[in-house]
Design a protein around this ligand. Sequence first.
Ligand SMILES: C[S@@+](CC[C@H](N)C(=O)[O-])C[C@H]1O[C@@H](n2cnc3c(N)ncnc32)[C@H](O)[C@@H]1O
Ligand code: SF4
Length: 450
Amino acid sequence: MITTKFQNPQPKIQDLQSLLAASPYQAYVYSYPHKTAYRPLNPAVSLADLWSKQNKKSLFLYIHIPFCEMRCGFCNLFTTVTHNEDFVSQYIRTVQRQALKVKAELGETSFARFALGGGTPTQLPIHHLETILNIAEETMGANLQHIPASVEMSPETATGDKLKLLRDRGVTRVSIGVQSFIESEVLATQRRQTTAQVEAALTRMREAGFPTINIDLIYGLPGQTVNSWLQSIESALRFDPEEIYLYPLYVRPLTGLGCTDKEWDDVRTACYRTGRSLLLSQGYSQVSMRMFSRNTLSSPSPIYCCQADGMLGLGCGARSYTDTLHYANDYAVGAKEIRDILQAYIQTPSEAFNYINYGFQLDAEDRRRRYILLSLLSDEGLNEQDYKQQFSSDVMVDFPELSQLFALKLAIAHQQVLQLTATGIEKSDVIGAWLFSDRVNQLMQAYELK
Ligand SMILES: C[S@@+](CC[C@H](N)C(=O)[O-])C[C@H]1O[C@@H](n2cnc3c(N)ncnc32)[C@H](O)[C@@H]1O
Ligand code: SF4
């Protein structure tokens, strides 16, 4: 592939060492750029034009369900608590309208992966859950029996009938938010959940026969100690999950919790280290700072490469990724603002789904930064040859500041693959934020959270 010669960006003013001196828990870096760098697009971009230039043979289909049975104190995801059945039905009908338009605009597409996320997708009544799966299969053409398909759920909503439906329809991975097996810790975050509910849900998930079960746990919760944290992980291990995510609790603006201090950083670091050691001793491998897996699945599935393949999102909170443009709906964390955005979504006339109004245009620098970030922060590592093939330039020439990672013993290079060391993985979020471009940093800083 021929690319224009990349103009090396200005050397970064802030060096990594000074960032490492601050709290390692500033922000969760899981995609690049963050939604707070998105802005209104003027003029709007035609969906058909954008995707006509994209390889559509191996896409990731993502459908977002922004409903939950409660609003946990720590959560800043795009989701709302509603008991208005009519509103939920209108949302599902709007996803269907959007899917029909998007499919017509994109034409021939092939999906390599599917995920249903939220919020809490299993909060939907079962007939709506079925409609969503029909949208994925019949409208969009994703063959759920043949591709990896994942669904997020909470303990209370992971009911036997919904699990059976999901398994029958080809779902291979179910991911459950547990956070902690110690009731007082969960309740302190305004999350109503009993440990008996969690254990019953995990038993049902096992019985339903999913090849992969993922359990989300959080460390740094109010009242949590290293010992109680290890108890939670041991409780999770009794269900032999194929994957476990260990999330440090992040206090984010406009969410219910709030306190930052050095002592808390130390507790989180101690929890991370002991949790990681325990999982490694139990045969799990570390995929990234948060993700641990003992997945031994060997059946070949269509390959999706998050570096190169696109993501097509449906639903109000979903993002979509192409090589040059990332886009989504407007974003908010506050309850009223989320409801306003959802209201506007369900009132969107079908023809308006042909246009994209809000997003981020990736230039040559941010495409490269995204590539580096996604590969370096996972066990895959940053392969210098692959980078060169992708961008026709040398990563160490484009970004000489990467050598700071070696000097600070945060990464090593083995056969031209840059891999984070154990200390580097622990500092993933600092390294991730350090790799942001000045343009992205400026946009994120100027964003007014609502
Ligand atoms: C979509 S939810 C999982 C499914 C379901 N909604 C539930 O909570 O049971 C995504 C996960 O993100 C994690 N999470 C959300 N906000 C967080 C925060 N502020 N700090 C740490 N982890 C967080 C939680 O572990 C949560 O399970
Ligand atoms: S953690 Fe899960 S259940 Fe709680 S508010 Fe966030 S998405 Fe909803």
